[in-house]
Design a protein around this ligand. Structure first.
Ligand code: ADP
Length: 682
């Protein structure tokens, strides 16, 4: 039996499960041992569980556990711990009033007894001595009353659990509604808004006091507000949902468009119990929609320009074929005079050159857009690059009788750039200036250093560019209406290529024009600091040249015409040439001929050029052959593949016979220049 009271625990806090074993036991506090034993026997006979307490203190402790009823005599009033017992009884939960049966001697009770009796709520006083039957029936009545209290306890616990569940779900709802990006609120059936989520206050920068009820009107746009009020009142009257777009003012004072949806929570017979509203920011969605529309239009436009480009390309590739065909026919004439022969040769050279330029541009733009174009930077003088660009454009300037003025900074500028590409950029701009300017025009190429940038400008007094066309002039396939007649075979990719090449150099380009008929100016800016460096050797006029030499050359190509034509040209230049029209033939020709230079096509049907190169490199005599790959593929990985197969060089078709010849003649990459006479082709 316990002798101490645990201050923290009480009947109010004990769970029903913990108490259930003792729920119906009777706690007995009797003055003598004999009284206790008699009472226990009496209760046990009636199958009533009981616990005999030694004093008021131990009874107080037992009450903390559980009690069905309490049986005590007035002798307990003189127990020094009676107050602890009364305190334990006073700590009962709301549903509990432990029935107390108090056995008192006949006559007026002690003053302390009167106080105790007054403070107890559910006490039955029996006079002593009392019959066993009376005592037993009183105890049973007390336990029955206690059973009803336990029923109450269950209801009370169930109510407490559902209240806790409600609090939990309320918390979940608020947490969820406060975490969404939408503004959310709740209103009474009459439209009085009584709650907003955090996002509302965050967005509007208002306080709950300002917003209560109909205070929301202060964040509405006055031009929309009457309509909003009208629709909201109509919804309240009819109990129907509302869907509406209107602007709401943000904390910074600006308005953003929101889509607001209000739905009623309905009870019996459709009665509105509560309104729930959310407002979703539509600004982002609207912006995305506008962007999507613009992207769609741009795609459609790009598609249209691509179609136009393909049509132009087909036209431009077909154009040179007619004069080539005519020239070829003339070459076949038996009575061909040397003047006509030269003419036909010039025509073919010019037209093939034109087609090659087109194809080069196409390959270059493809490489630039795929990020596969690699610059071969070296130290070069600005004047050398400008000279080469001017030289390139010279024929067109001469044919149109244009006047070109070149003004460069007085000091010699050394750049670290890809000289071929920078020259390509300038010649492209000069050619455009010449094309889009009427004969006898004035074109200026000016160079200047400004804020660490090299500025090169190409200015003409030609047809000019309309303001609306300027922003798109550097896009692919852009040819301005009306200008295409002057494009002279352009595909509308030149400026896009120029821009791409400049960007690879860390530079930029800008176009200016006063409008139609007022000339144009293209300004190129290149970072000068990155351009000047002492590490890369200067190439150009000082580059060493090697004496012309006669070589043993093998040409291998399954395109018979291409192979024979190249062979003929090399023979005319004095080299000794052998031709093979497939890979295996190339290996056997090389076996006996032992060429110093071999020009090998990659795409041959039996053995590819790569395989031929590998086979040749395996031979003891093949290690020193200067191997040149001829191919239609000019991507960087094609070059790498050729290098891996053992090629020294890689040339994209159509190769310029002059370049091949010069390469062989100058012994580029070859050991000792040969000087003995050559035997031509066999
Ligand atoms: P294209 O091959 O047609 O010349 P580009 O990309 O070089 O292609 O130029 C695109 C368009 O820009 C040209 O079709 C032409 O309409 C316009 N353009 C380029 N340069 C000039 C210029 N100097 N004066 C007027 N218009 C020009």
């Amino acid at each position: 039996m316990r002798t101490s009271i645990k201050g923290a625990s009480s009947l109010a806090t004990m769970s029903p499960e913990a108490n259930s074993a003792h729920d119906y036991r009777v706690l007995v506090l009797a003055p003598t041992r004999r009284d206790r034993e008699v009472t226990r026997e009496l209760l046990q006979r009636a199958k009533i569980s009981c616990a005999l307490c030694q004093g008021a203190l131990s009874m107080a402790a037992e009450i903390e556990t559980a009690a069905g009823a309490i049986l005590l005599t007035d002798a307990a009033f003189s127990d020094p711990h009676i107050d602890q017992l009364l305190a334990a009884l006073s700590r009962q939960p709301p549903w509990s009033e432990v029935p107390i049966i108090l056995l008192c001697r006949t006559g007026s009770p002690l003053p302390v007894a009167a106080r105790v009796v007054d403070s107890l709520r559910n006490v039955t006083v029996l006079e002593r001595p009392t019959s066993s039957r009376t005592l037993l029936s009183s105890v049973q009545a007390a336990l029955r009353a206690r059973a009803r209290q336990y029923q109450l306890r269950e209801q009370f616990e169930a109510l407490r659990a559902s209240e806790a569940a409600l609090r939990d779900s309320e918390l979940q709802f608020r947490t969820m509604v406060n975490s969404i990006p939408q503004l959310a609120w709740m209103a009474h059936p009459d439209g009085y808004i009584h709650w907003y989520n955090h996002r509302w206050y965050e967005y509007t920068g208002t306080t709950p006091e300002e917003m209560q009820g109909w205070g929301w009107q202060s964040v509405h746009d006055p031009t929309y507000l009457p309509k909003v009020l009208e629709r909201w009142r109509a919804s309240i009257a009819a109990g129907t949902p509302l869907d509406m777009e209107f602007p709401l003012r943000a904390a910074d004072g600006g308005f953003r468009m929101f889509l607001t949806r209000v739905v009623p929570l309905q009870g019996e017979k459709g009665r509105v119990l509560q309104w729930f509203g959310t407002s979703t920011d539509m600004e982002e969605a609207k912006r995305t929609e506008v962007q999507l529309r613009a992207t769609e239009a741009a795609l459609r436009d790009a598609d249209h320009r691509k179609d136009l480009f393909l049509a132009t390309l087909a036209h431009e590739l077909r154009n040179p074929l007619a004069p080539i065909r005519t020239a070829a026919q003339i070459l076949g004439s038996p009575r061909l005079a040397s003047q006509e022969l030269r003419w036909a040769q010039n025509v073919i050279q010019r037209q093939v050159g034109h087609m090659s330029l087109l194809l080069d541009d196409l390959l270059d733009i493809a490489r630039v857009t795929q990020g596969k174009l690699e610059l071969k930077k070296e130290r070069v003088r600005l004047t050398d690059v400008v000279d080469s660009a001017v030289e390139e454009a010279r024929p067109l300037f001469d044919s149109k009788n244009h006047q070109l003025t070149v003004t460069l900074p007085p000091e010699e500028l050394t750049l670290v750039v890809d000289p071929l590409r920078l020259s390509q950029i300038l010649s492209n701009l000069l050619t455009n200036a010449a094309k889009y300017t009427d004969p006898a025009g004035h074109i200026e190429l000016m160079g200047d250093v400004q804020n660490g940038m090299l500025c090169l400008s190409v200015k003409d007094n030609g047809i000019g560019i309309a303001p609306e066309a300027l922003p798109r002039i550097f896009e692919m396939f852009s040819q301005i209406d009306g200008a295409s007649a002057r494009s002279e075979g352009g595909l509308g990719i030149g400026l896009a290529l120029v821009k791409g090449l400049l960007e690879l150099h860390g530079g930029e380009i800008d176009a200016k024009s006063g409008g139609r008929g007022r000339g144009s100016e293209f300004i190129v800016r290149l970072p000068l600091a990155a351009s000047i460096s002492a590490e890369v050797p200067v190439t150009g006029a000082d580059a060493p040249t090697v004496a012309t030499a006669c070589r043993r050359v093998m040409v291998a190509d399954d395109n018979k015409d291409a192979a024979d034509a190249l062979a003929m040209l090399l023979e005319l230049a004095g080299h000794e040439v052998r031709v093979a029209h497939c890979g295996r033939a190339a290996l056997s020709v090389a076996q006996t001929f032992r060429p110093e230079v071999a020009l090998i096509d990659i795409g041959m049907p039996d053995l590819s050029g790569y395989e031929v190169a590998k086979e040749l490199r395996r031979e003891s005599w093949g290690a020193g052959i200067h191997l040149i790959a001829l191919t239609g593929w000019g991507r960087d990985d094609d070059r790498q593949r050729a290098k891996d197969a053992g090629f020294d060089r890689h040339m994209t078709k159509p190769v310029d016979p002059g370049v091949v010849e010069a390469m062989i003649a100058n012994g580029n990459g070859l050991s000792v220049p040969r000087t003995e006479g050559c035997a031509g082709r066999r």
